[in-house]
Design a protein around this ligand. Sequence first.
Ligand code: CP3
Length: 322
Amino acid sequence: MRQAGRYLPEYRKVRAQAGSFLNLCYNPELASEVTLQPIRRFGLDAAILFSDILVVPDALGQRVSFVEGEGPRLDPLTSAADLARLDKLQVGTKFDLVNETVARTRAALPPEVALIGFCGAPWTVATYMVGGRGSPDQADARLMAYRDPDTFSRLIDLLVETSVQYLSGQISAGADAIQIFDSWAGSLPDNEFDRWVVAPTRHIVREIKARHPNTPIIGFPRAAGEKTTRYVRETGVDGVSCDTAFSLEAMATLAEEEQVVVQGNLDPLLLVAGGEALETRTRQILSTLAGRPFVFNLGHGIVPQTPPENVARLVALIRNQE
Ligand code: CP3
């Protein structure tokens, strides 16, 4: 989950220095610096590469920008003609900058701290490419998948291929594990879920395992609910990140019955609230998942209004229970 971001004053400083958000993603020195900031401040066990899932559409030539306070904006891809305009000419050059960030960060991190690389899952990245922005129901991408499955399927295939290149480059540059973020996996009916979430993810996992058999792969099918078991079985991920709404009992069952490491799932808003509410829930998560293959994490990304002191408090709380 996001570790860097607007809740940290040291991040805001570097972000201002970089100019645009994408400039920061493509500046290995500064991107490495913001990757390391949360590790220095909190002593976490793993760092997540600073980049974004929308680096992939940007590298494919779609126009991407981040509007302060509003999130990402893309020129929407609505037709086969728009898809045909994407190309791979810039992909190598742009990914090389991200790989350089990985190499620099790996060299600067203590050996016991893992570095996690990542990409967006094809379905989630496609929702931004087609809709041109984040939306509560991903209606534009869902409609395109129904009305023009041919074009949509070619878009997904292009994203599978490009994501494999993106992840493989990160692993070769020093990432110890990778995570595939499917933030909008929850918006599809089961047949569409199998087609646009499970199948492309299985394809990515197979290709990465063929090239890097020892690198753990974590999936994050957010809001997939009861379909998560199928996702785990059929994609072959080694770990599954569970969102805030996933029950602790269901996480325990997954860990026990599916030979998968579970990760999660503290509500990021508890890091805003702090106090008793944060402590009680943290203890409950730790005690329910004790003794199982479990990684403590948030159920979704950290939010800008989070007081950094609450993150420090959470880390101390977890360390004291170990
Ligand atoms: O430490 C880290 O932050 C790790 C790097 C990281 C970012 N984005 C940087 C970022 C990771 C792993 C992501 C993943 C990502 N990006 C996802 C999947 C996970 C999720 O949150 O669901 C998605 C959907 C995106 C697309 C995206 N990027 C959105 C919707 C936004 C705007 C959100 C907002 O808060 O305004 C971004 C911007 C973004 N990416 C920020 C960061 C730190 C916030 C911008 C900033 O702080 O300058």
